[in-house]
Design a protein around this ligand. Structure first.
Ligand code: SF4
Ligand code: SF4
Length: 498
């Protein structure tokens, strides 16, 4: 973890804001495309930096540990607490098992995640981007590796501008090898969520892993290395849609990283040894805030789409303010309303409970409630019935009529089930089930193994006199003999016109 201090601000070399908005400005003979200026963020310490490190290690810890948690589901079932078994078409989250038919739960989770993001943004601005987004977390880790191997900002600038030497080559190669190693570990962890973690780890380490696993690891390793090592802030600027519309979630009480222009301007370099700030602003134009910015922007130019809200400039500026015995918070994490109040020496207040935050919270709770109730009351058995189309019905030699159905039972529980099938709606109807009941019965016992979808071919036979017409409503009734739970399926029994 970086503990480098924000000491005296460094020379202003290469610290101009590199906002792509500015870079894209064209006039006269200027080229249509501006190359990407390399950003050399300086390390910084402070409360927000500590918060970022804490968030990074906690999130990476959760990401790597979760797939190793075990959950006993009984013999023959995966004992991984969180697993998306694509091959078997099952999702497991601790005691909850999701079948493909229940994919709407995923929709519920996505709605909660999206509204949760809106909620956090309306409260704390781009807190997701600055502290929790995987792109931020991995880029931050890559920056740290870069700093450890190549040195802090000035050393890296010097190294990159210098001639290629053996030492430079060794440093560059080492950095890229460590980056690739990190990318590999991140990708390795990703496949744990789709396979039994201990098994797939053993298979990979012993060279027995399948082609798909290796392909995924290879692709993800490359993407992580590319996005966190090379693309970095470009992902936030050009690839991520979130910065484009997150401004719609802000209001005057959202906490954002802002520069107190009313206090900082007119900015000027401090007089030699002087501490007199009469007639000038508190910004000493040291550019520390720009030097630490991972996206290379100058927050003194106002709120910008490129600002990911990481608040490292707050830490940098606070250190400068301390050195000049000026009040902290020239760059601050605060709401517009509080900024305004402070500029007028009025009282400031934190307004977390507002109509918009209440609205987001209500939507999240509502969706959560619907999901919990639906999970608690869902039946773990289901039937699908498909009437044979050709022929629609068969005239039997004894004058009765027969209809055929493909009947599927989904036993979503981890225990073997004994079901009983019956029909209602057509008087005297009997059933034969291929491989189970051949003589025709009003009720047929259908055993189904745990966690299985089993198809049956069912033939229903009825007397012609029992039919009201060519299409007769009929209901299949399936009963779980152990629990008494019943599911029904509306169908039809076809016959000739009377
Ligand atoms: S805002 Fe703070 S860190 Fe930035 S240039 Fe001014 S004094 Fe330095
Ligand atoms: S301006 Fe400040 S908060 Fe915004 S990205 Fe740069 S360092 Fe982070």
């Amino acid at each position: 973890m970086s503990t480098a201090q924000t000491s005296s601000p460094e020379p202003e070399e290469n610290v101009k804001s590199v906002s792509p908005t500015m870079a894209a400005e064209v006039s006269g003979d200027q080229p249509m495309y501006a190359g990407r200026p390399e950003i050399y963020p300086r390390s910084v310490s402070g409360s927000f930096r500590t918060l970022k490190w804490t968030s990074l290690w906690v999130l990476l810890g959760i990401y790597h540990v979760l797939p190793w948690l075990r959950w006993d589901r009984g013999e023959g079932f995966p004992n991984q607490a969180i697993l998306l078994d694509i091959g078997a078409g099952r999702g497991y989250i601790f005691g909850i098992e999701i079948w493909p038919q229940e994919v709407y739960y995923l929709t519920g989770i996505l709605i909660i995640a999206a509204v949760g993001l809106f909620f956090a943004t309306s409260l704390f601005g781009r807190v997701w981007c600055g502290f929790a987004c995987p792109q931020t977390v991995w880029t931050d880790l890559y920056f740290w590796v870069e700093k450890v191997i190549e040195g802090d900002r000035n050393q890296r600038l010097k190294l990159d501008r210098g001639k290629m030497t053996l030492m430079k080559a060794v440093k560059k190669v080492t950095k890229h090898v460590v980056w690739l190693l990190i990318a590999f570990l991140m990708s390795f962890a990703w496949v744990w969520y789709f396979n039994d973690a201990p098994t797939v780890t053993r298979e990979i380490l012993t060279g027995q892993a399948g082609g798909w696993v290796l392909t995924f690891i290879g692709m993800l390793t490359f993407m992580t290395y590319l996005l966190a090592g090379w693309a970095r802030e470009q992902v936030c600027f050009y690839m991520c849609p979130w910065p484009r519309f997150q401004g719609a979630m802000f209001d005057e009480d959202s906490l954002l990283v802002t520069y107190e222009e009313w206090r900082g301007e007119p900015r000027a370099k401090p007089a030699k040894g002087g501490t007199n700030f009469e007639g000038r602003g508190h910004c000493v134009d040291c550019s520390a805030c720009v030097q630490v910015c991972p996206t290379g922007i100058d927050i003194r130019d106002g709120s910008q789409m490129e600002c990911i809200g990481c608040a490292l400039c707050v830490d940098a500026c606070n250190a400068v303010m301390d050195r000049f015995n000026l009040p902290r918070g020239l760059i601050t994490y605060d709401s517009n309303n509080n900024q305004l109040a402070r500029s007028k020496n009025s009282e400031t207040k934190l307004r977390l409970i507002r109509p918009r935050t209440i609205g987001y919270m209500a939507i999240m709770l509502l969706v959560l409630l619907v999901m919990v109730v639906s999970l608690a009351t869902r039946t773990r058995m289901e039937i699908n019935v498909l009437h044979d189309r050709s022929p629609l019905y068969v005239n039997l030699s004894d004058g009765s009529i027969r209809n055929g159905y493909t009947f599927k039972i989904l036993n979503m529980e981890n225990v073997k089930k004994d079901y009983v099938l019956s029909v209602e709606g057509v008087e005297g109807a009997t059933m034969t089930v291929i491989g189970i009941e051949k003589n025709g019965a009003k009720e047929v016992a259908l055993p189904v193994e745990p966690d299985q979808v089993v198809p049956f071919q069912v033939y229903v036979r009825a007397e012609r006199s029992a039919l009201a017409g060519s299409s007769n409503d009929m209901t299949f009734i399936l009963k779980d003999t152990h629990t008494g739970v019943v599911v029904t399926h509306e169908s039809v029994f076809r016959g000739p016109e009377h």
